[in-house]
Every structure is written in C-alpha cells, then in structure tokens.
Design a protein. Structure first.
Length: 381
C-alpha cells in the first residue's frame, strides 16, 4: 500500500471512530476486520474496499468531533459484497446483545407473509375475514370491512380508522396497547376510507396481519418464523414479545442481534437467498420491495412505501443510490442498497426523537461517499 493509500485508509478509520467519540464517552468496541464467530457470516476488512481516489477531507472528521453531533448510536455494521466488513458497538451494547427492533419488525413480518404465500398457505388478495374465524361472532363486518385484504394491511391501506401519526385517531397504537386483544381492537375500528386507497401508518394493522398469518399457517409466529426464516439464516435467539391475549406482537419489539439484522438485509439484497438456498422467493422480494406509495415528506426526507418496507434515494457525488429500509423508532435501521451491493445496520436509543433519523445523515455524508467512489472507479454505477 502506497503512502497516499495508507493515509486514506487511516482517514476512513478516523471517520468511523468519530461516531464513537461523538456518541458517548463509555468503553466501546469497534472493528475494521470483524471476527468470524461461526454465525454464518463471511467476514473481511473494510480496508479491502476503500478507494484510494476518495476525495474525503480530514476537516470533515474534525467538524464532526467539534459539533459532537451524533447521539445514542448503539451499533453500526457494514456489509459489502456479501461480507461483514465493519462493526461497532457503543453504550455497553455488544454483538452478543439482542436489540429491540421496534417497527423494523414489520419488515420481517413482510418476509414471513411472503414465505406463506410462496407455500400457498396464504393469499394476500383474499379478504382477511377468511382467516379470522375467531372474530366472526364478535364483530359486525360491514361490506367495506369484508373487502380488506392482507395486501391492504401490507400497504398500510386497510381503510380502518387507525393512524399512528394522529394521536386523536381511534386506532392510535397507544390506545390499542391498553386493550386486551389488540387484533380485535383494530378490527373493531370503523372503515373510514376505501380499502386499498389511502395510506395510514398503523401498527395495529400489522398486529392484525400477524393474526391472519398465524391462522393461515396454523402455527404460532415464533414457531413458524424460527422454522422458515430464522433457522435457515442461522439466527439462534430471536425473541418475540407477547400481547396481553398471549398472541405475538408483530407490529414491533422483536429482539435480534445487529449481525442478525444484517442477515435480514442480505437476503433482501440477494433476492431471497442465503448461502445458495432460496428462503423467500425472488418474485416476493421484488414485488414486496418495489415502491408503491409516495409518502409526504418526513423531516425533509423523500420516502415511498411498499409491503412494510420504506424507500429513500440518497444523492451522493451526483449519483442516485436507491435504498430499501426497515425502520424502527429510536434508530433501528436496516438499509439495503443494491446499487452498492451493500447492507448497513444501525441501532440506537433515540426514541420518539428527531435524532432517530441520524443514520440517514451518517450514511449520506460520511459512509456512502467512500463506497460510491469505489463503484464509480469500477464502473458499477
């Protein structure tokens, strides 16, 4: 490695270290060549993919420290070309500690629904009423409610009066949490928009979808997910949370290790495959992650939505980098970036705060520019 290359490698190291220095003053773990611990990951060194022509300037590193900008980041992982190349943990978190995914759980639910459809156990176009015999006597199914499909729930377009972005909504998630049967609570909400038409972000809708899925596969969500997704991905300790009625909370609060979160991103990147085994069909991955709904700007972010996955295009060095995103409150993110053959994972503790969006800034300003330069050089973009 020549002097210039060595200097730029050191610069990359300094950039990533600043996330630690600006996040906390506690003991930490940071590795530029993650260890192979037998969890299924091929590992490598971040140094192997740095571009010696990177135009990153060291003054950016100084400015990050001076501003002490990034708070409560718990982990950052980078996977490139199928290998785990970088991982860091802060605030007492380690690679062995599971993290609450919050609403990133919803994207994993999308994969489970896809596997059920692949195996013809569920048809997302069928009315959900077909799969909910336990509620036939306890609810009045209006004509519109009878038309709600699983696809409507995947798209957050059920038409039910449940909107987590409106605290006055009858189906607001905190109101649901006070009920005994969350799925029934959501299903009892009035239909105030035509199913399939209007986007309303609803955690309750994904809880209801989880009940539909469990009934369709005739198995609990923890058991089913372990069999069809987590075991094939060599994910050993997933932890689902229960609702008061002893059902599974499929709207949030699944606990996974950050390395395992990265595996979820990798099978999406690889169109449903892990180690040459097809876990989810390529057709489901392509359809479920295709942008379908434009979302009003959130804090200046241009977003779209598909089947419980978010989308955002980063503009870096005049290049558009598309990303498919699992997104959880507090800063729980899985970013899948096919243009760069890359997955990046963040976890954090910025609950109900604008700081939950810090990973977008970290990626755009401090991580992606280095890799975009690599791909420009290689002619991949």
């Amino acid at each position: 490695m020549n002097f210039k290359s060595h200097f730029l490698v050191q610069t990359m190291a300094l950039v990533l270290i600043t996330f630690l220095l600006s996040s906390c003053n506690e003991p930490h773990y940071i590795s530029y060549s993650p260890e192979d611990i037998g969890d299924g990951w091929k590992t490598g060194s971040i140094y192997s993919v740095l571009d010696t022509n990177s135009n990153f300037e060291s003054k950016d590193f100084v400015r990050i420290i001076e501003k002490n900008h990034f708070k409560n980041i718990h982990s950052i992982l980078i996977v490139k070309n199928g290998s785990l190349l970088f991982e860091s943990y802060f605030h007492g978190y380690t690679r062995e500690k599971e993290h609450d995914l919050r609403s990133s759980t919803k994207s994993i639910l999308s994969l489970l629904v896809g596997i059920a459809q692949d195996n013809k156990l569920l048809n997302i176009n069928d009315p959900i009423q077909t799969y909910l015999p336990e509620y036939q006597d306890s609810l009045v199914w209006s004509e519109k409610k009878k038309t709600i499909s699983s696809e409507d729930l995947l798209l957050m377009k059920s038409g039910l009066d449940s909107d987590d972005w409106d605290k006055n909504s009858p189906g607001f998630e905190l109101k649901m949490y006070k009920s005994k049967d969350w799925a029934q609570f959501i299903l009892k909400q009035a239909v105030t928009a035509d199913p399939g038409k209007s986007f309303r972000y609803s955690t309750g809708g994904t809880v209801l979808l989880g009940r539909v899925l469990s009934n369709a596969v005739k198995e609990s969500i923890p058991s089913y997910s372990k069999k069809v997704l987590f075991n094939p991905l060599e994910i050993r300790e997933p932890l689902w949370q229960k609702t008061p009625s002893n059902q599974t909370d499929t709207g949030g609060h699944l606990y996974l290790k950050p390395r395992d979160m990265a595996k979820i991103g990798q099978i999406v990147l690889d169109k449903g495959r892990w180690k040459n085994k097809q876990i989810v069909s390529q057709q489901w991955i392509e359809n479920s992650t295709k942008p379908k709904t434009i979302i009003p700007k959130q804090e200046h972010l241009e977003l779209s939505y598909s089947y419980l996955w978010w989308h955002h295009d980063f503009i870096v060095n005049n290049q558009k980098i598309k990303s498919v995103i699992a997104w959880g409150n507090g800063g729980q993110f899985i970013f899948v970036m096919p243009d760069l053959d890359m997955v990046t994972v963040f976890t954090g503790g910025n609950y109900n705060s604008i700081r939950t969006l810090q990973p977008f800034e970290i990626l755009k300003k401090h991580i992606l520019p280095l890799f975009v330069q690599v791909n420009i050089k290689e002619g991949q973009i």
